[in-house]
Design a protein around this ligand. Structure first.
Ligand SMILES: [Zn+2]
Length: 411
């Protein structure tokens, strides 16, 4: 396969132009049928189209040509997880991350495959749909990722004063936020929700098509019928000096509410969409009310479009991809940051968890605000400030405001 046609197909795939991507990739495979990369690429496009069986056959075709090809093993492993075959998936993850793999995966993809294999070990046979919102560990345009080996790893505990000093000397701060950010607004974390619902039944795209009412019940339970205002953490973050962007896994739009209240226009990149928007599965029209309002309305679930089709919330479900444009923007912000604040993230869902690695490789300091540290330190050097966002962030913005050089501190 010519490098250029592979890149063009991958670029079309990243833009969501799947028909064009297929055409380019099929032509490349026809021209070089013995090149395993073409088959992996074709499989990844089938995967995005939702044809998992055909995608698997493409990956197996690549492995028949190159039995140690790490990208083919990793892509097939993700595919098998989604098709409910965790034991076979585990074997392919092992092959993908083995020192014998040839050609091996790039660092970030290796790390993803390694983490996914470990999650399979931890979940055991219970796991079925859980990691479907992962990007495909198959060839991506190399320009998307900074090159070079991982830098330092490990964890250093920081005090509030350490954090204030680091923020004062940073000029491009990017925040990556997760469910812990919104806990103080009365919103349950996923961990809490999954004590009441079977996660894989509730939020996978495949199950939604068969049983849309369950996801809507989860939304009703998650949001309830009370308002959930932005909390002190959102408000303080919105006022943080030199904050270039917020990348969030949350679907509650509380960062936008806090920014509006503070008169800021900091970009907010929603990796997992927003509950405020809905769309008809049949005609594609946008719904007029937010998912929260529809779920709380007391009307029968699922809510329906005027055409009779089922409405879905505009959030990324398991089995769906994070929108390519959102991910590209998040990566660009992470790569340009000099300090990445990771706030209230479990860091267990791809592709958000690759962002700290992107930022660290580009030279940013990684600071984690969380009661208990995540596993992030296995991948990068993490400065951990123990505590809750709604306590740490207001204290920090106050310290920055009162000690700003040149600021008159008198009352
Ligand atoms: Zn409709």
């Amino acid at each position: 396969m010519e490098a250029s046609s592979g890149e063009r197909a991958a670029a079309a795939r990243a833009r969501g132009e799947l028909a064009a991507a297929t055409e380019i990739a099929e032509a490349a495979v026809a021209a070089a049928p013995a090149d395993p990369r073409g088959w992996v690429l074709l499989g990844s496009i089938d995967h995005l189209r939702g044809d998992l069986e055909r995608a698997a056959s493409r990956y197996r075709r690549a492995l028949a040509l190159a039995p140690r090809d790490a990208a083919a093993h990793a892509a097939l492993a993700v595919n098998l997880v989604q098709r409910g075959q965790p034991a076979t998936a585990r074997a392919h993850f092992a092959a993908a991350t083995s020192p014998d793999a040839s050609p091996p995966l790039a660092d970030l993809q290796w790390l993803q495959a390694f983490q996914q294999a470990r999650e399979l070990d931890e979940a055991g046979p219970a796991l079925a749909w859980s990691r479907c919102a992962t990007p495909l560990p198959c060839p991506r345009a190399p320009a998307e990722l900074p090159a070079g080996p991982p830098r330092e790893r490990g964890r250093v505990t920081w005090s509030l004063a350490d954090l204030v000093a680091a923020l004062r000397t940073s000029s491009r701060i990017v925040a990556l936020t997760g469910a812990g950010m919104s806990a103080a607004s009365g919103l349950e974390t996923r961990k809490q929700l999954w004590q009441r619902f079977t996660r894989d039944d509730a939020v996978s795209m495949a199950r939604f098509r068969d049983d849309p009412a369950t996801l809507w019940s989860v939304i009703r339970a998650f949001w309830g019928d009370r308002p959930h205002p932005a909390n002190a953490g959102h408000q303080a973050l919105a006022r943080l000096p030199n904050l270039a962007a917020i990348v969030t896994q949350n679907v509650d739009e509380l960062h936008q509410a806090a920014a509006a209240a503070a008169g800021r226009s900091t970009p907010v990149i929603e990796l997992h969409g927003s509950l405020s928007r809905t769309r008809c599965l049949d005609c594609g029209r946008s719904g007029e009310a937010s998912a929260q309002a529809l779920a709380a309305s007391g009307r029968p679930l699922p809510p329906r479009c005027t055409c009779g089709g089922v409405l879905r919330p505009e959030v990324v479900l398991f089995g769906e991809q994070v929108p390519a444009a959102a991910m590209a923007s998040a990566r660009a912000h992470a790569a340009a940051a000099d300090l990445l604040l990771v706030i209230g993230c479990a860091m267990d869902v791809s592709p958000a968890r690759e962002l700290p690695l992107v930022a660290a490789r580009a030279g940013a300091r990684i600071v984690e605000l969380k009661r208990r540290p995540s596993r992030l330190a296995a991948a990068v050097l993490v400065h951990h400030v123990p505590g809750a966002a709604e306590d740490i962030l207001p204290a920090v913005t106050m310290a920055l405001a009162t000690s700003e050089p040149g600021r008159d501190a008198r009352p």
